[in-house]
Design a protein around this ligand. Structure first.
Ligand code: AMP
Length: 282
């Protein structure tokens, strides 16, 4: 069956009529689709009768000096991926279809949105949650799938669903990696081959941390890898390494038991990369 492309609420309504009844799953993306996105779509297909993929590079979640204008846009190829993966509807609005020029109201990600990744990207998670809530209202899915690759985003979406009583089930999907460990990302296409060698140290640091048992040892082992990579050419420029509670994103204490997320963000060349791994302590 062909993919139906919708650009606004009216077209979405028609697309849903054409696609038919049943349980709907939404996979929100910014396009430049890769194997990671494909895995989310496959998981969505297991959860629902119809899958809607949204493709929207959301200006609200980019800071003034971030890569909004150069973010990769590969719409025709993305449609091909969606067709191959059995997606029924692609929702690809223009910025003007999503945001009124005089818009006033937005979602606040609260304290949880201003730590870890949020501390380096002020306003980022407000922009993410605002667009996710709008996508939920427009598409009205029963379930939505998000990647663990963006762990704080996933945690904040769960928090928003709980705090605002949204009638949508949230499903988290594991991070898809290259054979050598590099987490797939639309931004990986910016990496030169030398950048890529340095970038591999994000996942290497997470693996080094993951074999340790106590919080300080976990972070020390990961930090040692990152410090070595800081002397590479090009260097790895660390934004943060954090070991946090998966539900709140606050740093865990030395006596923490249960799940924790070891998260890292760094710049390599002109590209900023994030990665994380879920650990069980105690
Ligand atoms: P993006 O297009 O980068 O906004 O990502 C759209 C969705 O795909 C988000 O829920 C991401 O967490 C998820 N995603 C991105 N990269 C990966 C990956 N390597 N593995 C699994 N999911 C991913």
């Amino acid at each position: 069956m062909d993919v139906i492309v919708a650009g606004n609420r009216e077209e979405l309504g028609k697309a849903r009529e054409a696609a038919g009844l049943g349980r709907y799953a939404l996979v929100p993306t910014m396009g430049a689709l890769h194997e990671g996105h494909r895995s989310l779509i496959r998981l969505a297909r297991e959860q629902a009768d119809q899958v809607v993929v949204s493709i929207f590079v959301n200006p609200l979640q980019f800071g003034p000096h971030e890569d909004f204008s150069r973010y990769p846009r590969t719409f025709e190829a993305d449609l091909g991926v969606c067709a191959e993966e059995g997606v029924r509807v692609v929702f690809a609005p223009a910025v003007a279809d999503m945001y009124l020029p005089d818009r006033q109201i937005a979602v606040s990600a609260g304290a949880m949105g201003s730590v870890v990744e949020g501390a380096f990207r002020p306003g980022h998670f407000d922009g993410v949650l605002t667009v996710v809530l709008k996508l939920f209202n427009l598409v009205q899915p029963d379930v939505a799938v998000f990647g663990q690759k963006d762990a704080q985003q996933l945690a904040l979406v769960r928090r928003m669903v709980a705090d605002l009583n949204l009638p949508i089930a949230i499903v988290g999907a594991p991070t898809v990696r290259e054979a050598d460990g590099l987490a797939l990302s639309s931004r990986n296409r910016y990496l030169s081959s030398a950048d890529r060698v340095t970038a591999l140290n994000l996942s290497k640091a997470l693996r080094a941390g993951a074999v340790q048992r106590e919080p300080e040892r976990i972070k020390d082992a990961a930090r040692a890898v990152l410090e070595t990579a800081a002397r590479f050419d090009p260097p790895l420029l660390l934004d943060y390494l954090a070991l946090v509670d998966p539900a709140t994103f606050t740093e865990v204490t030395e006596d923490h038991r249960g799940e924790a997320i070891l998260a890292v963000a760094a710049k390599v060349g002109t590209t900023r990369l994030i990665d994380n791994v879920v650990l069980t302590l105690g």
